[in-house]
Design a protein around this ligand. Structure first.
Ligand code: C2E
Ligand code: MG
Ligand code: MG
Length: 758
C-alpha cells in the first residue's frame, strides 16, 4: 500500500484505512526492537563465537540481542522471569547427556512457551533427536555445531525468526479477532446510535490498548431518499453524536464548531474525502453511509502510530461497527413504525403497553399509575367542524398532555380521541389531568371549551398484564363518562366486580327475548289539573330464572352491546299491542311513552321501522311518545334530531327524560324537537325540604313555558308535591302517588276504576 496516498473510500472499500506518511528520519534499526535470542551452552568458546557473530547482525531489518546461559539450570532460572525470546539455541549435551532435550521439554510443557523457536545444537554427530521429539516439541532445527559455520548462522536464524514472526502474527491476529468478536458482541446489544457510538469508541480504544478519548461524528445525507438514516440529527451537516474523555462537552456540536483546529481538520478531511486517516497520535476511522446509513467519522487519540496488524484489526472492526450503525438505523425505523402513532407522531398503544410492562417489571409498578384521557363528544367535533379541525384538536390536546406530563411520564395515543399516560403516580394524577383542558382551546381564531373524562389506575394492581390494566382503566373511564362530561374517576376494585356482573348480564341478555323473559309494565301519567289518566309510561321488566333484574342494571349493559336494538324493537312492538288492548278495553285514546336509548338512533332506519311497526299493528304513531334522556340526545345529537323530527312530523310526541340531570346546554335544547320536558324525580323528591330542588323544578317549568312545551313531573309520591306542582303550573305527572308501574291487565283495570270514580 502506498503510505503517502490518501485514498478515496469508494475506490477501495476493503482498504478502509489510509495512513499518513511514516516518520523516516530515524534509521529503521533504531526504531524497531531487537530479536532476542537465548543461547544455552556450557561451551564458553562456542558462546563467545556466537556473541561475536551476532553482534552486528540484523535479521529482517532488526538487530539481535543475545542472552547467554551456561547450563540447563541457568537457562531455567532465566526463563522463569524473562520469556520474551524469539529463538532459543540449546546445546543437547550439557550437565547431563540429555540436558538440551530436558530444556526443550521444560520450555514447551512446564513453561507453556510455544512461540519461541528452538534450535538444538550438538558438538558430535549421532546425537540427533528422533523425529518424534522434533515434532512433539516443535523444534525448528537441529544443527551440528561444526555445520553451523558451513550453513551460515545468519541463514539458520533468518529462517527460524521468520517462522517465529509468523507464529507471533498468527497469535496476535487470533487475539485481535477474539477481541473483535467480544467487542462486536458487546456492541450488538446497542439499540440506539448513542449507545453504539459510545460502544464503538470504547471498543476501538480497547482494541488498540489506549484510553477512550475521542469523538464520533455523524453526517446524515441531505436527501431522505438516499438511505434510511437515523433520526434526530440534522441533514447534510456533520455533528458530534458522541464524545468521550476531554471531548465530552462537545456532544451535539456541529463539527465546524469544534474548538481544536487539528481535530476539526482531520474529521472534516475524513468526512469530505470519505476516508480513514492516521497520524502519529490520532486515528480517524471513516464508516460509509452505504453500510452505516449515514457517514460516520470516529476520531480517537492514540498517542502513537498504529502498527499494520492493528490497522488490519481496525479495518475488520470498522466493518462490524458500520453494520451496527446500519442496524440501529433500521431498528429505530422499525421502532418508529411499531411504536409511534402515525397521525400525531407520539407514542402509540404498543409503546404505552411496553412502558407499562417495563415499569411493572422494574418495581412491580409500585408508585406508578396509568391514566386514560378521553375527549368528550369528539365525534361531534369532527362531524360538525370537519376532520381537519378534529386533527388539530387532537394535536393540541396531545401537546397539552405532553406539557402536563413531562418525562419520565409517557403520553401515548391509545385510539381515536383517547390518550394514555403512564408514569409516577404523584405526577399522573387526576388533579393534573383535570387541569389539562381548564383553559379553552384556541383554534381557527375562536375558543372551544373542550372537556374530557379521565380515569387513573395504579400499576401495582393484580391485573395480569398491560391489556388487563388498560381494560380496568377503561371501566373506570366508562364510569366517569356515565356521570357526565369533564369527570375524572379513580379505579377501585369495585369496578372489577361490576364488570364481572356486567359480563354475566351481557351473556344472559342474548337469550332473554327468545326465552320470553321480558315484559312491559305501565305507569299512569295524569293531567294534574283534572287527575285524569292521559297516558302511561311503558317500563321494561326482565325476569330471568335467577330472579328479576332492574332496568337500571341491565339497560346500560344492553346499551353497551348491540342487544339494545332487539330489546328496543321488542318494547315498541309490545307498546303497540298494549295500545290496541287499551283501545279494545274501551279506555279513551291513551298516549303510551316508551324509553329510547341513544344507540337505537344509530340505526338510520329506526323511525321508518317504528312507523312500519305501528302500521303493521294498526296503531297511529301519534299514540306513541318517545322518551329520550337529555344525555342521550346530546350524545348522538345529529341522528337524534333527525329521528325525533321525523317522528313529530307524523304527529308523534317526544319527551326529554330526566331533564336537569344531564349536561345539555340551552344551545342544544333549542335545536331539539320535543313536546314534553320530564323533571327528573330527584328534584321532585326534594321539593318539600330542599330549596335547591324547588328552584330547579321551578326553572324547568318556566323554561318549558318559554319553549311552549308541557312539563311532566316524575316520581310524585306525596299530595304536597302534587300541590306544589299544580300551583307552579306543571300540567302532567307520574309517580307512586298516582300509581306504580303494573302489568297491562292491572293497568287497564285501574284505569277503568279511576274513570268510574271520576
Ligand atoms: P325513567 O324512564 O326515568 O323511568 C322512571 C323510573 O322511575 C322507573 O323506574 C319508575 O319505576 C320509577 N318511578 C316512577 N314513579 C316513581 C316514584 O313515585 N317514586 C320512585 N322512587 N320511582 C318512581 P324503572 O322502571 O326502574 O326504570 C328505570 C329506568 O330504566 C327508566 O328511567 C329508564 O331510563 C330505563 N328504562 C326502563 N324501561 C326502559 C325501556 O324499555 N327502554 C329503555 N331504553 N330504557 C328503559
Ligand atoms: Mg322514562
Ligand atoms: Mg325519567
Amino acid at each position: 500500500m502506498n503510505d503517502n496516498a490518501l485514498r478515496n473510500h469508494d475506490e477501495d472499500r476493503d482498504e478502509a484505512l489510509v495512513f499518513a506518511p511514516e516518520d523516516t528520519t530515524q534509521p529503521i534499526e533504531n526504531r524497531r526492537p531487537p530479536w532476542r535470542i537465548l543461547a544455552v551452552d556450557d561451551d564458553e568458546g562456542f558462546q563467545n563465537t556466537t556473541a561475536m557473530a551476532l553482534r552486528n547482525m540484523t535479521i529482517l531489518g532488526r538487530p539481535l540481542e543475545v542472552v547467554h546461559a551456561f547450563s540447563l539450570a541457568e537457562a531455567a532460572r532465566c526463563l522463569a522471569h524473562d520469556r520474551d525470546f524469539a529463538v532459543i539455541l540449546a546445546d543437547v549435551v550439557m550437565e547431563t547427556e540429555d540436558a538440551g532435550l530436558r530444556l526443550v521439554k521444560g520450555v514447551r510443557e512446564t513453561l507453556g512457551l510455544f512461540e519461541p523457536r528452538i534450535v538444538l545444537l550438538t558438538g558430535q554427530p549421532g546425537f540427533a533427536p528422533v523425529r518424534r521429539i522434533m515434532e512433539e516439541y516443535d523444534l525448528s532445527d537441529y544443527c551440528l555445531k561444526s555445520d553451523l559455520a558451513r550453513r551460515g548462522l545468519k541463514q539458520v536464524l533468518t529462517g527460524v525468526i521468520r517462522g517465529y514472526e509468523q507464529i507471533r502474527q498468527l497469535a496476535a491476529a487470533r487475539k485481535g479477532l477474539q477481541l473483535i468478536i467480544e467487542s462486536s458482541s458487546r456492541l450488538a446489544a446497542a439499540r440506539s446510535i448513542d449507545d453504539l457510538a459510545r460502544g464503538a469508541l470504547v471498543e476501538i480504544a480497547r482494541l488498540i490498548g489506549v484510553a477512550a478519548e475521542g469523538i464520533v461524528c455523524v453526517e446524515v445525507p441531505p436527501d431522505p431518499v438516499d438511505c434510511d438514516s437515523p433520526e434526530g440529527f440534522p441533514r447534510g451537516q456533520p455533528v458530534v453524536a458522541r464524545a468521550e474523555g476531554r471531548f465530552e462537552a462537545l456532544i451535539g456540536a456541529p463539527v465546524g464548531d469544534l474548538p481544536d483546529p487539528a481535530v476539526r481538520g482531520l474529521i472534516e478531511q475524513s468526512l469530505a474525502g470519505r476516508l480513514s486517516i492516521q497520524t502519529g497520535d490520532a486515528q480517524v476511522v471513516f464508516l460509509p453511509r452505504e453500510e452505516a446509513h449515514a457517514d460516520y467519522a470516529i476520531y480517537l487519540e492514540t498517542g502513537r502510530t498504529l502498527d499494520p496488524a492493528e490497522r488490519d484489526l481496525l479495518n475488520v472492526f470498522a466493518t462490524n461497527v458500520s453494520r451496527g450503525f446500519g442496524n440501529v438505523a433500521l431498528i429505530s425505523r422499525l421502532d418508529r413504525l411499531a411504536f409511534e402513532d402515525s397521525l400525531l407522531r407520539i407514542p402509540n398503544m404498543t409503546a404505552l403497553r411496553r412502558e407499562i410492562e417495563r415499569r411493572r417489571l422494574d418495581r412491580n409498578g409500585e408508585g406508578d399509575a396509568l391514566l386514560l384521557f378521553d375527549i368528550d363528544h369528539f365525534s361531534g367535533y369532527s362531524d360538525t367542524l370537519g376532520s381537519d379541525f378534529a386533527e388539530r384538536l387532537l394535536t393540541t390536546v396531545a401537546a397539552r398532555l405532553a406539557a402536563a406530563f413531562p418525562p419520565p411520564s409517557l403520553v401515548a395515543r391509545v385510539n381515536d380521541d383517547v390518550f394514555g399516560v403512564v408514569g409516577p403516580a404523584e405526577q399522573v394524577s387526576l388533579r393534573r389531568a383535570g387541569d389539562v383542558l381548564a383553559a379553552p382551546i384556541e383554534l381557527d381564531g375562536s375558543s372551544h371549551p373542550v372537556t374530557a373524562c379521565y380515569a387513573a389506575v395504579p400499576l401495582d394492581t393484580d391485573h395480569a398484564d398491560a391489556p388487563a390494566l388498560k381494560r380496568a382503566a377503561q371501566r373506570a373511564l366508562r364510569a366517569a363518562k356515565s356521570r357526565g362530561q369533564g369527570v375524572g374517576m379513580a379505579w377501585s376494585p369495585a369496578f372489577e366486580l361490576e364488570s364481572a356482573t356486567r359480563y354475566r348480564l351481557h351473556n344472559q341478555l342474548a337469550s332473554a327475548i327468545p326465552r320470553d323473559e321480558f315484559h312491559l309494565v305501565f305507569q299512569p301519567q295524569v293531567a294534574l289539573a283534572s287527575g285524569r289518566i292521559v297516558g302511561a309510561e311503558a317500563l321494561l321488566r326482565w325476569n330471568p330464572p335467577g330472579g328479576p333484574i332492574p332496568p337500571d342494571q341491565f339497560i346500560p349493559v344492553a346499551e353497551n352491546s348491540s342487544h339494545i336494538h332487539a330489546i328496543g324493537r321488542f318494547v315498541i312492538e309490545q307498546a303497540c299491542l298494549a295500545i290496541r288492548r287499551c283501545d279494545a278495553a274501551g279506555l279513551p285514546p291513551l298516549e303510551i311513552s316508551v324509553n329510547v336509548s341513544a344507540r337505537q338512533f344509530e340505526d338510520d332506519a329506526f323511525i321508518e321501522w317504528l312507523h312500519a311497526a305501528c302500521a303493521a299493528r294498526g296503531v297511529s304513531p301519534t299514540r306513541l311518545a318517545l322518551e329520550v334522556t337529555e344525555t342521550a340526545a346530546v350524545t348522538a345529537f345529529e341522528n337524534v334530531v333527525d329521528a325525533l323530527g321525523a317522528h313529530r312530523a307524523c304527529g308523534g310526541k317526544v319527551a326529554i327524560d330526566d331533564f336537569g340531570t344531564g349536561m345539555a346546554s340551552l344551545k342544544y335544547l333549542h335545536q331539539l324537537p320535543f313536546d314534553y320536558l320530564k323533571i327528573d324525580r330527584s328534584f321532585v323528591n326534594d321539593l318539600e325540604d330542599d330549596p335547591q330542588g324547588r328552584n330547579i323544578a321551578r326553572m324547568v317549568i318556566d323554561l318549558a313555558h318559554d319553549l311552549g312545551c308541557e312539563v311532566i313531573a316524575e316520581g310524585v309520591e306525596t299530595p304536597a308535591q302534587q300541590a306544589w306542582l299544580v300551583e307552579r303550573g306543571c300540567q302532567l305527572a307520574q309517580g307512586w302517588h298516582f300509581g306504580r308501574p303494573v302489568a297491562l291487565a292491572e293497568f287497564i283495570d285501574r284505569a277503568h276504576a279511576a274513570m268510574a270514580g271520576a
